[in-house]
Design a protein around this ligand. Structure first.
Ligand SMILES: *Cc1c(COP(=O)(O)O)cnc(C)c1O
Length: 400
């Protein structure tokens, strides 16, 4: 770790470790210690670190062409869009460089939908506990005061409703200014909140009834994570808009806004753009990610290993009173404790396993989606050992 005074803006509370090499599930810090990575760069490295097919695509494209701009057609961008549409049934894609930018495109599409319907003050429904990004529009869309903090005035207008509650949407449905619903199929930052089966289907139905766009933020749930290409599609729900990023480039920044039906035709030349978005380099790498996932059956593997990981955690933790629930889908798993446990991250580091804690008391696991059984057992063992150690020391502290 560097001890020089930092020249960085103090935007992040950093942990006292820095990694300089990774391979598959493993990371090595700058003192040579080896860790297993059950966080995957926050759902980004779904194929693990330094995956050979991704590295190959990076090398080849770096030797060939990085960037030309969207003034010209870009073959890899066309190919990546076709691949995403082929995998999902969506019809047209816009590329940016991050999740927030993918959601910005979605929010703009909802504005254009409003304009077409002559609605001057459009409202987009979002949900309490949601997270959609850190740009002004996407932080405004997020149903979380902490994300809003210091950023007022917000972009209007988002209507925050309770998550996993269809009646709450029905109660406001006669508001003629509503134009869209933006929803995470599972809330990620919100604490791995899994809604009841049928929730997305019911939202789809309401959107059809009221001519609202159904926009699924699949930035965390997408690209194999929950056991299918996208969680909504895996449940048989076709949104009008799906936003994707995180795992799409396995670490090379890229975001995508996938659209279909009326949502696919709203953006026309002049409405939106991005200098870097969809450049030859990022698109070639993302194509390699999708091709590898398809060849290696990664969505199915995420499902199987996710079930294994949940049951191993349950075996190890079911009799611990402080553990309230183990939940999730595919390789998106949360272990909820009964009290704030942010310190658990350091217990994990001590035990050489990386995860994070979200919503204050939920241990969040977002490991690579291409693991084998032994690797999953290793994660389960180190994570449950860390949780048990944390629970025992906090109980001991409470009694002393
Ligand atoms: C991470 C995330 C975002 C923001 O993505 P960035 O790439 O950080 O802009 C938006 N929505 C969800 C659900 C996310 O998990």
């Amino acid at each position: 770790m560097s001890t020089k005074p930092s020249s960085l803006i103090n935007a992040y509370a950093r942990l006292p470790v820095s990694f300089d090499r990774g391979e598959g599930l493993k990371l090595w810090d700058d003192e040579g210690s080896e860790y297993i990575d059950a966080l995957g760069g926050i759902a980004v490295c779904a194929l693990g670190h330094s995956h050979p097919s991704v590295t190959h695509a990076i090398n080849e494209q770096a030797k060939t062409l990085l960037h030309t701009s969207n003034l010209f057609s870009i073959t890899h961008q066309d190919n990546l869009a076709s691949k995403l549409c082929e995998l999902t049934g969506m019809e047209a894609v816009f590329f940016g460089n991050s999740g927030a930018e993918a959601n910005e495109a979605a929010i703009k599409i909802s504005r254009l939908h409003a304009e077409a319907k002559k609605i001057a003050a459009p409202v987009v429904i979002t949900f309490n506990g949601s997270f959609h990004g850190r740009t002004m529009a996407t932080l405004s869309a997020s149903g979380n005061d902490k994300v809003h903090s210091g950023c007022h005035p917000l972009v209007s207008e988002f209507l925050y409703l309770p998550y996993n509650n269809i009646e709450a949407i029905e109660q406001v449905a006669d508001n003629p200014n509503i134009v869209a619903v933006l929803v995470e199929p599972i809330q990620g930052e919100g604490g791995i909140v899994v809604p009841d089966p049928g929730y997305l289907t019911a939202i789809r139905k309401l959107c059809d009834q009221h001519d609202w766009l159904m926009m699924c933020d699949e930035i965390q749930t997408g690209v194999s994570r929950t056991g299918s290409w996208y969680a909504s599609i895996g449940q048989g729900v076709m949104p009008d808009v799906i936003t994707s990023a995180k795992a799409l480039g396995n670490g090379i920044p890229i975001g995508a806004c996938l659209t279909r039906g009326q949502a696919a035709g709203l953006i026309q030349p002049g409405h939106h753009g991005s200098t870097f978005g969809g450049n030859p380099f990022a698109c070639r790498v993302a194509l390699a990610v999708l091709d590898t996932m398809e060849t290696e059956n990664i969505p199915a593997n995420a499902h199987a290993t996710g079930e294994q990981l949940k049951s191993r955690l349950l075996e190890a933790l079911h009799n611990r009173g402080q553990v309230k629930e183990i939940r999730g889908q595919g390789m998106m798993i949360g272990v909820e404790l009964d009290t704030d446990c942010s310190g658990l991250v350091n217990t994990g580091l001590k035990n050489k396993v990386i995860f994070n804690v979200t919503a204050g008391n939920v241990v969040r696991l977002l490991p690579p989606c291409n693991l084998n059984e032994n690797q999953v057992d290793d994660i389960a063992r180190r994570v449950s050992d860390s949780i048990i150690e944390h629970c025992e020391t906090s109980t001991a502290a409470a009694h002393s």
